[in-house]
Design a protein around this ligand. Structure first.
Ligand SMILES: Nc1ncnc2c1ncn2[C@@H]1O[C@H](COP(=O)(O)OP(=O)(O)OP(=O)(O)O)[C@@H](O)[C@H]1O
Length: 255
């Protein structure tokens, strides 16, 4: 059975049908891409998968259970985490505090434990600190744990955002344009990182990306959207040579 099964998902905004009959099956450990010209509907798909938008029709199932109608935090607790096209860090918090917030959303001690500073609170805090440092090490940000997020260079902010998503222990990670604003060297390192976290954390990854070197370099299966509809699904080689895909991108260049 597919881990994530998306069936005939559609959404309209007023008269605009932004996504029509979107279907997708992601299996455990898949590394998939979602591409398409500007305005094709890619982020809208992510927003439906994560509960930001309620689909007009269709279903999204994780392990056979519907996610439709759940709040974003509930979907996150079920195992779906994401990053955003425009980085959304807590800019005035330190690097490590950005991670601790994500861990706290899954902390075992309750509000009473925190307010009354019960023993479980201190044990929990120590564990969260240690886990945050471990994750920062993986993302090569441990030496910057004490810096404000806003002072990190752009590529590091993107890495911190992925680390924060990983702190919620997802089974599926959705990355919205992870290479945006990165130079070729940073993009190359990001590719390695994506491959590595998929393997290390036994993760399923779906990414939106305009950087074709990254998409073609890491994704095993690619879904192509144009005007809200899937126009092709295939391996990087199949997609590279697909006439409809080439035409969709040529149309974008011409406009
Ligand atoms: N909340 C909204 N209200 C109205 N229209 C919306 C809303 N969200 C998205 N749209 C429209 O839906 C369409 C798809 O937008 P979306 O942002 O999903 O495209 P995209 O493929 O992610 O584009 P890009 O690559 O430029 O980020 C666009 O026409 C957009 O204007």
């Amino acid at each position: 059975m597919a881990l994530l099964s998306v069936n005939d998902l559609s959404i309209s905004f007023g008269g605009l049908k932004a996504v029509s009959n979107f279907n997708m099956q992601l299996h455990k450990n898949d590394l998939a891409g979602l591409i398409g010209p500007n305005g094709a509907g890619k982020t809208t798909v992510f927003n439906m998968l994560t509960g930001v938008y309620l689909p007009t029709s269709g279903d999204i199932q994780l392990d056979g259970k519907s996610l439709v109608g759940l709040k974003p935090y509930q979907i996150n607790h079920r195992g779906v985490a994401r990053t955003f096209q425009n980085i959304r860090l807590f800019n005035d918090l330190t690097v490590i505090d950005n991670l601790k917030i994500a861990y706290h959303s899954h902390a075992r001690y309750g509000l009473l434990g925190a307010i009354c500073r019960l023993p479980g609170f201190y044990a929990g805090e120590k564990e969260i600190h240690e886990k945050s440092m471990e994750l920062l090490k993986i993302f090569k940000l441990d030496h910057k744990y004490d810096e404000l997020a806003k002072n990190l260079p752009y590529g590091e902010q993107r890495r911190l955002e992925i680390a924060r998503a990983m702190a919620t222990k997802p089974r599926i990670l959705l990355l919205d344009e992870p290479a945006a604003g990165m130079n070729p060297q940073e993009t190359h390192e990001l590719m390695e990182l994506i491959r590595w976290i998929r393997k290390e954390f036994d993760l399923t990854i779906l990414l939106i990306e305009h950087d074709m070197s990254l998409v073609m370099g890491v994704c095993e299966i690619i879904y192509v959207l144009d005007y809200g509809q899937i126009i092709a699904i295939g391996t990087p080689d199949e997609i590279r040579n697909n006439r409809r895909v080439i035409e969709a991108y040529l149309g974008e260049e011409a406009s």
